[in-house]
Design a protein around this ligand. Structure first.
Ligand SMILES: NC(=O)C1=CN([C@@H]2O[C@H](COP(=O)(O)OP(=O)(O)OC[C@H]3O[C@@H](n4cnc5c(N)ncnc54)[C@H](O)[C@@H]3O)[C@@H](O)[C@H]2O)C=CC1
Ligand SMILES: Cc1ncc(C(=O)O)c(C(=O)O)c1O
Length: 310
């Protein structure tokens, strides 16, 4: 199966435009919908940027893809064969948007959610046809991270799972089929790392710059080639037993969002979007960092795609 001829992206903030660019490159006629005209205007620009990045990467391209941007949900969903919801991570909002979508599409249309980790079965009861509802978790930036978690809920039909796996394969991404669990797999791992990182910073064990160097070169570089399961074999399962025996009980085990992060939110220090977060950014610096991150990911994607999978 190829990517559906007509697809709709609902919610066009950080994730929507890159998702749309990926689907368009795979040949789909994509309608991008958002309730906010301002968000859509920004999305047109980020979509164009993401499409340019995909040209730079130079992967397979299917002719005939196109994108239109609209604040009219009926227009966005008319004739659509596949819908990906990417509105903010609030369950009540998602449920109401999902219901709205379901009323406007055919019975056999797949409705996927890009939730970062809300269990699919928690949202499914809001739908009349939960069999066609499924988790499709893209990673940020979605046009450059070629892995998508596919998460069926209790009521998701097997045909929905199979079709989504085919769709993900059709644009050359790696589908990762998982059993349902809060946070799914990627964010459980990422948030275990981030919890420890924030604790180490808060305790003054390491500076932000030194932490980033340590994790990027000591862990990220290595894991981008070998993966954690293989890493256990390379290090030795006996080493893991020896170290985890004394270390696991010392690791941060807090269950709430750290106070230092709550303080930053209260101060409006949200990161790139407010020019101050964990770091502070001078004029033009956020754009420069975004460009460097894109260039780095493009180079790494090309290299990692060309090496033997381990
Ligand atoms: N930002 C990230 O790194 C990642 C986010 N996600 C998930 O993807 C989803 C979207 O995240 P972001 O793009 O970061 O959010 P965002 O806040 O940047 O964008 C959400 C967009 O949805 C629009 N919206 C709000 N209510 C709407 C409605 N009723 N109908 C249509 N559009 C509506 C907003 O105007 C906004 O443009 C969330 O569930 C998030 O957890 C998943 C992977 C990575
Ligand atoms: C900090 C953070 N949180 C969530 C996600 C996600 O995948 O949902 C990401 C991401 O990189 O995609 C993230 O960086």
């Amino acid at each position: 199966m190829s990517v559906p001829e007509i697809a709709t992206v609902v919610g066009s903030g950080t994730m929507g435009p890159g998702i749309a660019a990926t689907l368009v490159r795979a040949g789909a006629e994509v309608r991008v919908y958002d309730i906010s005209a301002e968000a859509l205007a920004r999305a047109e620009q980020t979509f164009a940027f993401a499409s340019g990045v995909l040209d730079q990467v130079g992967g397979p391209k299917v002719d005939g893809g196109s994108a239109t941007f609209t604040t009219d949900i009926g227009e966005a969903l008319a004739g659509s064969r596949f819908v990906i919801e990417a509105v903010p991570e609030k369950i009540e909002l998602k449920e109401s948007v999902l219901k709205q979508i379901e009323r406007l599409v055919g019975d056999d249309v797949i409705i996927a959610t890009n939730t970062s980790g809300i269990p699919i079965s928690d949202m499914a009861p809001s739908l009349e046809r939960p069999g066609r509802f499924i988790g499709m978790h893209w990673s940020n930036p979605p046009h450059l991270i070629p892995m998508i978690e596919v998460i069926p809920g209790d009521a998701t039909e097997q045909s929905t799972v199979d079709e989504l796996v085919d769709i993900v394969n059709s644009f050359g991404y790696h589908p990762v089929l998982e059993k349902e669990i809060a946070g799914f797999v990627e964010n459980r791992v990422l948030y275990a790392i981030l919890r420890e990182c924030v604790a180490l910073l808060d305790e003054g064990i390491v500076t932000p710059e030194a932490l980033d160097t340590c994790v990027k070169w000591g862990i990220g570089y290595k894991l981008s080639v070998i993966g954690p399961t293989r890493l256990l074999d390379m290090a030795g399962v006996d080493i893991y037993a020896a170290v985890s025996g004394y270390l696991n009980k010392q690791l941060d085990a807090s269950t709430d969002t750290p106070q230092v992060i709550k303080d930053k939110i209260a101060a409006g220090e949200l990161g790139f979007k407010s020019s101050k977060g964990m770091y502070e950014y001078g004029p033009g610096e956020v754009d420069a960092k975004r460009k460097d991150i894109t260039a780095g990911l493009v180079a790494a994607l090309k290299t990692l795609s060309s090496i033997t999978p381990v």
